[in-house]
Design a protein around this ligand. Structure first.
Ligand SMILES: [Zn+2]
Length: 154
C-alpha cells in the first residue's frame, strides 16, 4: 500500500501562528456586535453600536441590544457600514470560512482584518483538524510579510 503522507503542522506551531495573527489583528479595534431590540425590531442583523443607535433614533427599534461576543455562522460585519465585528465561529461557520479561505487568493499584504478572520478560523484547529490545510498558505503569507518588514529596516 502506497503511503501518502503529508506533514501535518504540529498543534504548538498552529497555536504560535494564531498568536502571531492575533498580534497583527490587534492593530485594529474589533467591537462587539449589537442588535436591535423591542417590539417589531428585526433582531437578525448585527450592527456596530453607532449604526444600531441610528436605527433606534429612527424609530426602527426600541433599544440597542447585544454588545458581547457571539457565535456566528460566518464572519460578522455591521449590516449597514460593513465594519468588522467581534465573533467566534460555530461548527457551520468553520466549514464556511474554511471553504472561503481554501479558494481565496490571499493578497500580498496581510491586513489586520484578514489576520482576524484567519485566527478565528485557525483557533479551532484542535476540534477541526481540517482547517490545517490552509496553514501552509498562511505561513507563506506571514513569511512574506516578515521579509518585507526586514527590507524596510535595512
Ligand atoms: Zn455600522
Amino acid at each position: 500500500m502506497a503511503s501518502k503522507k503529508t506533514a501535518k503542522p504540529r498543534a504548538s506551531t498552529v497555536d504560535a501562528l494564531v498568536r502571531r495573527l492575533e498580534a497583527i489583528a490587534h492593530q485594529i479595534d474589533v467591537p462587539y456586535p449589537h442588535w436591535l431590540g423591542g417590539q417589531n425590531a428585526d433582531q437578525g442583523p448585527s450592527y456596530c453600536l453607532e449604526c444600531a443607535q441610528k436605527h433606534v433614533a429612527a424609530g426602527d427599534a426600541e433599544f440597542v441590544d447585544g454588545g458581547w461576543q457571539q457565535d456566528n455562522d460566518g464572519c460578522c460585519h455591521c449590516e449597514d457600514c460593513g465594519a468588522l465585528l467581534d465573533y467566534t465561529l460555530t461548527e457551520c461557520g468553520v466549514e464556511d470560512e474554511l471553504s472561503y479561505f481554501r479558494s481565496a487568493r490571499l493578497r500580498r499584504k496581510l491586513a489586520p482584518e484578514t489576520a482576524y478572520h484567519l485566527s478565528r478560523l485557525l483557533e479551532h484547529h484542535r476540534e477541526h483538524p481540517e482547517v490545517l490545510v490552509i496553514v501552509p498558505k498562511v505561513q507563506a503569507l506571514m513569511a512574506r510579510a516578515k521579509a518585507r518588514a526586514k527590507a524596510r529596516v535595512a
